[in-house]
Design a protein around this ligand. Structure first.
Ligand code: FES
Length: 116
């Protein structure tokens, strides 16, 4: 078991809110969907797109660079790149899909804690 580190206050994250946090050198995307909190690696596994700038729909985050999608529940790849264009074909050939790292999140009082 890792160490619990405070990532945010409960009051900072409304429903469907997300934010980038850096905890012990690790860039993490923290999100709240309904009454659940999720934490995943903030950098897209394709070419390091900043997922905190992506679109969050339910638990699905879309990378702002080439629109790969990941499920915050388990970090799994929902869609690897978008479309059939040259960029997608080349990008898919150069890098195969990889899930995001996930982190366990717990809430204690007003603190949202991430296990590092
Ligand atoms: S960097 Fe995220 S899909 Fe390319």
């Amino acid at each position: 078991m890792g160490r619990l580190v405070e990532a945010a206050k409960v009051s900072e994250l409304g429903d469907n809110a997300k934010k980038k946090v850096v905890l012990e050198g690790q860039e993490i995307l923290l999100a709240r969907v309904g009454d659940k909190y999720y934490a995943v690696g903030n950098r897209c596994t394709h070419l390091n797109g900043d997922l905190s700038e992506g679109k969050l729909e339910g638990t699905i985050i879309t990378c702002p660079r080439h629109q790969s999608q990941f499920d915050l529940k388990d970090g799994s790849v929902v869609r690897w790149l978008k479309g059939q264009g040259v960029v997608s074909r080349i990008g898919g050939a150069l890098k195969s899909s990889r899930p995001l790292k996930t982190y366990k999140v717990t809430v204690e009082g007003d603190a949202v804690l991430v296990e590092i």
